[in-house]
Ligand binder design. Structure first.
Ligand code: C2E
Ligand code: MG
Ligand code: MG
Ligand code: MG
Length: 280
């Protein structure tokens, strides 16, 4: 009996492995074609200033509109794009497209919003991020202060000197920098001193139970206080309820982003959302 079970488990394991491997291969081949075929799109999620309620930013979030598959979310394909290095050309497209869109909204007379773009550690390691950013700004005419780059904590602990030099040059261009998913990575806070970032994005895992879990509330309050004394802005991710919004205001968190305000929206819907709130 035990032997049977063992064999069954082994068999299952192998099938799962090969299924994963072939899915991985299919994804990688699909991704390679997707860029040329124009199958990527960006959705934009509003970022709201808590004191005024105004939308002051938009995070650009990548989706893959694969024929016959519908919208594929980044969690499914970004890891494959990173492993294969395809994240470099894909990331360049994201930068260019986000800057183009933000500039188009400016020229259409919409309220000015800062567009935030996620950068992968692989783009820092394998690509030339600084040149990609510069090219996107120059090609689109977007002022640098209207672009924010979201970095992760894990990025800041690998190849510290090289990343530090790149981050310094990015700051010199005039773009803004934020740390995404703050609090989930390696919590050596010393990098906050060394890296001249503008904003901390408090990870949604601390925000989720903010209203019911005193520990999470304490963590969020501590992050906001620390950020304020370092002259950094804070934004809370994953804000879904009025209670969360209320507590974040009490804690003096600067901004919030989450389903309470809006889901990530296709560009035209975001523009409608923005002009509707301008009219109010
Ligand atoms: P992230 O940068 O932390 O983005 C926030 C994620 O939380 C997004 O998931 C967003 O849709 C989701 N979210 C927003 N508000 C709420 C809320 O109220 N509740 C909940 N439960 N979730 C909320 P999404 O779009 O699936 O993106 C997942 C991750 O994929 C992103 O996490 C980011 O790390 C990565 N990603 C997305 N676009 C890009 C890109 O262009 N380049 C790179 N390198 N990574 C990207
Ligand atoms: Mg992000
Ligand atoms: Mg995040
Ligand atoms: Mg996150």
């Amino acid at each position: 009996q035990a032997k049977e079970n063992g064999r069954a488990t082994y068999h299952f394991f192998n099938e799962t492995m090969s299924h994963r491997a072939s899915e991985h291969l299919a994804l990688r081949n699909g991704l390679r074609r997707a860029l040329d075929a124009g199958e990527f799109e960006l959705h934009y999620q509003p970022q709201v200033e808590l004191a005024s309620g105004r939308v002051i930013g938009a995070e650009a979030l990548l989706r893959w509109n694969a024929p016959g598959e519908g919208l594929i979310m980044p969690g499914r394909f970004i890891p494959v794009a990173e492993e294969s290095g395809l994240i470099v050309p894909i990331g360049e497209w994201v930068l260019m497209e986000a800057c183009r869109q933000a500039r188009a909204w400016q020229q259409a007379g919409l309220a000015e919003v800062c567009v935030a773009v996620n950068l992968s550690a692989v783009q820092f390691r394998r690509g030339n991020v600084e040149q990609s950013v510069l090219r996107a700004l120059e090609a689109t005419g977007l002022p640098p202060h209207a672009l924010e780059l979201e970095l992760t904590e894990s990025l800041m602990i690998q190849n510290v000197e090289q990343v530090l030099a790149t981050v310094r040059r990015l700051k010199l261009l005039g773009v803004k920098l934020s740390i995404d998913d703050f609090g989930t990575g390696y919590s050596s806070l010393s990098y906050l001193k060394r890296f001249d970032v503008d904003k901390l994005k408090i990870d949604q895992s601390f925000v989720r139970d903010l209203a019911s879990d005193p520990d999470d509330a304490a963590i969020v309050r501590a992050i906001v206080q620390m950020a304020r004394s370092l002259n950094l802005k804070t934004i809370a991710e994953g804000v879904e309820t009025e209670d969360m919004r209320h507590m974040l205001r009490v804690f003096q968190c600067d901004e919030a982003q989450g389903y309470l305000f809006a889901r990530p929206l296709p560009a035209d819907e975001f523009a409608r959302f923005l002009s509707a709130q301008q009219a109010r």
